[in-house]
Design a protein around this ligand. Structure first.
Ligand code: PMP
Length: 442
């Protein structure tokens, strides 16, 4: 197939899209220049584009498809459910079953409540923390991604011209004209930096409802929080009547019990999403019963109202339940082991190409860096324009070689993958490494 034809077909779709959607997309994630790529179908870990070209999918819809695409058990069960109805303003048994499954998986998940997305989960968690503690502020790490609730997105993107001193990071609005009130009620700290974090939290002791932590923050550096860091924040929250909240929307995949299994102390509340929906929209908050009960609609007065039209719809519940049943301890271990193999093979390929390289990550997710060690902080990770350009060239090369990666050069493995796909990833990467090598040498 001629390249011109390929460009024409996708360009033609994009031109139609531009007429009806701003920028031609409904998700910024798929936007790319000169146009998004368009998919025809997918199965397991392979995605076929509209030209019939198949690629291995290491994106997995931003880490949400733990078994890859169209897992036969999920397809069969959901197809049957579609005929029985997809959304009711009534309770369903499948919702209870999914709640039983997830709460039985993690000791600290005494109760759970479902939403439609990770954003809704984090938003609801923040409201719950305020309602429970009676305090207005939340604290979050600079550069951490927690979805698009106003408060959760403060300092998601901070840059050298606006991030302020590291001892007192600025509260950087993401959205134009974010109200000052929102910024006032978000405290920003540098991730994994115990001394600075605690001294910043101390300044607002008495006002903080919860400290929100993604234990393996993919947007910062994908280096997990240290045991000491989590312990220090936990101790601070105990002393200051605040909640420790983990955002495990992505990191839940790293262990059978989520990333919280990696720490001695446990969060009071956890936000969930992605993989627990089995490929369908989902979000959830799980945690201590006493706190969760603030969402009990029978409570009087009701601390805050929470009702999402499609929350706990039977399609997401059924698909999620099957996906999580299949992602048992053995499956988690197998996948985590495959990720280890992939990281080792990529490092070997980088050695062969003789380029600076390392990976960071946990369990079945990792990120590649063209440096000998991962950046230690968000500020260190903030790539300069030249490095970003090289990353984009590498990303495009990998796509042409049949490998789909997340823009940050991250891989999210699925259980549909085997050694064969890891070998193909490594082969493509070796070609890519050799191609970008001259660009890395200044
Ligand atoms: N929290 C984290 C840690 C996430 O990674 C994401 C999504 N990437 C969200 C929250 C928001 O989830 P959603 O896109 O489902 O709203």
């Amino acid at each position: 197939m001629k390249i011109e034809n390929k460009i024409d077909k996708e360009m033609a779709l994009f031109e139609r899209a531009l007429k009806v959607m701003p920028g031609g997309v409904s998700r910024n994630t798929i936007f790319r220049k000169p146009h998004p790529h368009y998919v025809a179908s997918a199965s397991g870990c392979y995605v076929e584009d509209i030209y019939g070209v198949k690629r291995i999918d290491f994106v997995n819809n931003m880490a949400s498809l733990i078994h890859g695409h169209a897992h036969p058990d999920i397809v069969e069960a959901v197809s049957e459910q579609l005929r029985r109805g997809t959304a009711f303003s009534l309770g369903t048994e499948i919702e209870i079953e999914h709640a039983e499954l997830i709460t039985s998986r993690v000791p600290g998940f005494e109760k759970i409540r479902f939403m439609n997305s990770g954003t809704e989960a984090v938003m609801s968690l923040i409201k719950l923390a305020r309602a429970y503690t009676g305090k207005p502020k939340i604290a979050k790490a600079e550069g951490a991604y927690h979805g698009t609730y106003d408060f959760a997105e403060v300092s998601q993107v901070a840059s050298p011209d606006n991030w302020g001193p590291i001892d007192n990071p600025a509260r950087v609005p993401l959205a134009f004209h974010t109200p000052k009130g929102v910024l006032n009620d978000v405290v920003i700290f540098p991730f994994n930096d115990i001394e600075r974090t605690i001294s910043i939290l101390d300044k607002y002791a008495g006002e903080i409802a919860c400290v929100l932590i993604d234990p393996v923050p993919h947007r910062i550096n994908m280096v997990r929080a240290t045991e000491e860091y989590i312990q220090a924040i936990y101790d601070w929250t105990r002393k200051n009547n605040a909640l420790l909240a983990f955002d495990e929307v992505i990191s839940f995949r790293v262990d059978f019990e989520g990333a919280q299994a990696l720490y001695k102390v446990k969060p009071d509340l956890t936000s969930l999403g992605k993989i627990i929906g089995g490929g369908f929209p989902i979000g959830a908050i799980a945690g201590k019963a006493e706190i969760m009960d603030f969402m009990n609609p029978a409570r009087k007065p009701l601390p805050f109202s929470l009702s999402f039209t499609f929350a706990a719809n039977p399609v997401s519940m059924l698909a999620g339940k099957i996906a999580m049943q299949l992602f048992d301890r053995e499956a988690v271990n197998r996948l985590n082991n495959l990720a280890k193999i992939a990281r080792n093979q990529l490092s070997e390929a980088a050695q062969m190409a003789n380029i600076p390289f390392c990976t960071a990550g946990e369990g079945s997710m990792f990120r590649m860096y063209f440096s000998p060690t991962p950046p230690a902080s968000y500020r260190e990770a903030y790539a300069d324009d030249k490095l970003k350009q090289i990353q984009n060239i590498f990303l495009d090369l990998m796509y042409d070689e049949g490998i789909m990666l997340i823009n940050s050069l991250s891989c999210m493995l699925s259980t549909a993958m085997t050694q064969k796909e890891i070998d193909l990833l490594t082969e493509a990467a070796l070609k890519g490494f050799r191609y970008i090598k001259p660009m890395l040498i200044v």
